[in-house]
Design a protein around this ligand. Sequence first.
Ligand SMILES: C[S@@+](CC[C@H](N)C(=O)[O-])C[C@H]1O[C@@H](n2cnc3c(N)ncnc32)[C@H](O)[C@@H]1O
Length: 194
Amino acid sequence: MDLPELVLRAHAAAADVAMPLTRDGTGPSCSLPGVGRFLAVLAAGCVGGTIGELGTGVGVGAAWMASAMPADCTLVTVELDQTRATAAHRVFADDPRVEVVRGDALTVLSTRAPYDLLFADGGTAEAPTLVDLLRIGGRIVSDDVTPLDLLPADSPFRTNDAKREFYFGEPRLISTEVVLPDRQNSLLVGTRVR
Ligand SMILES: C[S@@+](CC[C@H](N)C(=O)[O-])C[C@H]1O[C@@H](n2cnc3c(N)ncnc32)[C@H](O)[C@@H]1O
């Protein structure tokens, strides 16, 4: 499947700042295509809505969402790192619906709530306060999860995983884990119901 033009532009920006496209354990990496497509599916339904992203990177996930979201939807994405924020700024220079802000994601996004969709991908990804920022019916997504079947038998993540505990323990969310088509990675998604 072809990648949207904006995603290709974000991939080029990743190369410029040496941000890996896949998880290699050396530091922050860009969202995988399977995550991007999932985000695009949710973003496409945000008619007249607002999308927030914690941790822009260079804008790969944001590019997937911006490529799919309706014309009347806006997206604000926040990145702490100056170099990555500047690179992402360039990616979205032609799209007035997308705002890239350099700063602390939770601080900035708290001033723009409520959101129809939040991609929690940097900083305080598991904070219950994120649920406060969602509309009822709004969705929250986190990636960089390894499917349980692939975890070593002695992995501490089998019994102690902050991301899974947040999604499945937060009473205001109905959540599930989605294994990506690569079968190596999964994401968590929850809908705020109260
Ligand atoms: C996994 S990367 C983001 C990837 C990006 N969302 C994508 O779709 O390609 C995580 C990013 O979060 C940023 N970050 C970490 N803490 C943050 C915070 N408190 N506020 C904003 N960004 C933060 C890091 O600098 C890093 O660029």
